[in-house]
Design a protein around this ligand. Structure first.
Ligand SMILES: [Zn+2]
Length: 237
C-alpha cells in the first residue's frame, strides 16, 4: 500500500497486507519501506514467517528486496523484529536503540517469542542510535526519540518526506483497534516510564503517523497521543 510518494506499507496483518496463522491480528506488525535514490530503508520487518509475503508486496510496487540497505527497528517484540535475522543474512544493516539491540541479541522474553509459541532468533544490530540523535541514512535525516514503557526499547523515528512530517511510532500508542496503549504484557512493561514517554510524545507534532499495527493516522496524530496520555493519567495512578 502506498502511503506517500515512495513510502509504502508492505506488511501488517490487521489489514491483511500480510498474514500469519489463522485469525491472527497482531502476529505481524506493520512494516514500511521508504524508497530513496540510494536504496530502500525498511521500518520493522514483521515476525519472519511473512518475509516472503513482504517481498511479494514490495515487488508489486517495483521495490526490489535486494535494495533494502537498512532496517530500522522500533522495538524488539517478535511481531516487529522476528524477521531481523533473515534480513541480516541478506546483508541488510539493522538499526536500533541500545535497549532494543540488547534484547534482540539475547532473543529472550523481551522479544516475547513465547507469546506466539515461536523462538526468536537472536541477531546483532549493526548501528546503535541514541535518544535525541539525528540519524542520517541514505541521505535522509531522522530524529530519534526513545519512548520506553510498552517495552524498554520503544523508539520513534521522525523525518520530513515530500513536505510532510512523518513519525514511525511502533507500539507507543495502542493501534490494535481497541485500547489506548500498546500491549501491557511485556516482561519489561512499565506504566510509570510509559506515562513519561506519552507526556513527551504528546508534545510532538506530525502530519502522518505510521504505527506498529492497524491504521495509519493522516490527521493530527498528536491528538491520538494526547488521548492516550489522558487515559494513562486517569487509569494508571
Ligand atoms: Zn510491541
Amino acid at each position: 500500500m502506498q502511503v506517500l510518494k515512495n513510502l509504502f506499507q508492505v506488511g501488517g496483518d490487521i489489514n491483511g497486507i500480510t498474514f500469519d496463522l489463522q485469525d491472527a491480528l497482531w502476529n505481524d506488525g506493520n512494516s514500511y519501506i521508504l524508497k530513496t535514490e540510494d536504496g530502500l530503508i525498511m521500518f520493522d520487518c514483521g515476525c519472519g514467517d511473512t518475509m516472503e509475503q513482504i517481498f511479494r508486496n514490495m515487488q508489486y510496487w517495483d521495490l526490489c528486496p535486494d535494495d533494502i540497505k537498512y532496517c530500522v527497528l522500533t522495538h524488539p517484540h517478535f511481531d516487529h523484529a522476528g524477521g531481523a535475522h533473515l534480513l541480516k543474512k541478506r546483508g541488510v544493516k539493522l538499526v536500533a536503540i541500545g535497549e532494543t539491540a540488547e534484547a534482540i541479541a539475547a532473543g529472550d522474553e523481551r522479544c516475547c517469542g513465547y507469546l506466539y509459541h515461536k523462538v526468536f532468533t537472536p541477531v546483532e544490530a549493526d548501528r546503535l542510535v541514541k535518544d535525541g540523535e539525528t540519524l542520517s541514512l541514505l541521505g535522509l535525516e531522522m530524529e530519534v526519540m526513545h519512548l520506553p514503557g510498552h517495552s524498554m526499547g520503544c523508539t520513534a523515528f521522525l523525518f520530513d518526506w515530500t513536505g510532510k512530517r512523518v513519525v514511525v511510532s511502533g507500539d507507543v500508542i495502542g493501534t490494535l483497534l481497541v485500547g489506548d496503549f500498546g500491549w501491557d504484557g511485556s516482561i519489561d512493561f512499565n506504566k510509570k516510564i510509559y506515562i513519561e514517554s506519552l507526556r513527551r510524545f504528546a508534545k510532538v507534532d506530525s502530519d502522518i503517523m505510521l504505527p506498529g499495527h492497524g491504521m495509519i493516522y493522516f490527521h493530527k496524530p498528536r491528538r491520538r497521543v494526547e488521548q492516550a496520555l489522558n487515559s494513562a493519567l486517569m487509569q494508571w495512578r
